[in-house]
Design a protein around this ligand. Sequence first.
Ligand code: PMP
Length: 279
Amino acid sequence: MTLCCLNGVIGPLDEARISPMDRGFLFGDGVYEVLAHVDGVTRARQLHRARLAQSLARIQLESAVSIDAIFADVDRLLAASALTSAKIYLQVTRGAASERDHRFPSQITPTIFVMATAWSPTVLGPQAMIIAPDIRWQWNAIKSTSLLANVLIQQQASEAGAVDALLHRDGWLTEASTSNAFVFQDGALLTPPLSDRLLPGITRHLVLELARKHGLTVLETEISIDQLPQADLVMITSSTRGLVPITRLLPDQTIGRGEVPAVFETLQADYQRVLHAHP
Ligand code: PMP
């Protein structure tokens, strides 16, 4: 039985109830995090805490919420679930109000939901992607629960047989619909710079740290989607998928020679090791 923690109360997921007036339900007025818990360790917890704090601040909800209390819920839920490896989803919305009104209610009681599902990391081999216009809003650094554009893009990618879509604005790579995007090119690792065009991924942060330690040239720079087929490799990253090599662009393009270079394997192996020890 999957357990969840809703507003501090632990119980079966299928018995948890929220109000239809919840602003998360009505407006997508909320933010979330997804964490990987592996062999008893919640990976990169401090970085996830910091990003949640940033998302809450950007939507003016930080003063109504205690991050310590949310992570105490996470720990209680993991203990109650007796899961040593799990995917943790947590979401904070601006709560329910008596009327459907776009403006913030004067009294706010956020809805705090944490779910832990049995899960273990799998290492994905070379994958294919599609390229699609980035139809999302302008503030993608906020980990917002308003994910309709991401849902439509991911569905399109899935129907095309792709693992995800590489997104672009005016021909410039932003990220993928559920991951950050990188390019290996002539011994350097390239990724678009942090801005509101993309989520500041925890995995992105760790990969850049590792790559620099390895002496790889790291360039946070704009990347034209036209240059993707000439790259040695494209890579996408996320907390749940880890580092995924991309060797094909559907329908019919190959990236570089269609092979995964040794530098990727080294980075991936190091990532597994470092991440497990990350606070
Ligand atoms: N970008 C988007 C749009 C995402 O949804 C995710 C995954 N949550 C990422 C990037 C990767 O972020 P992280 O490495 O923190 O999982």
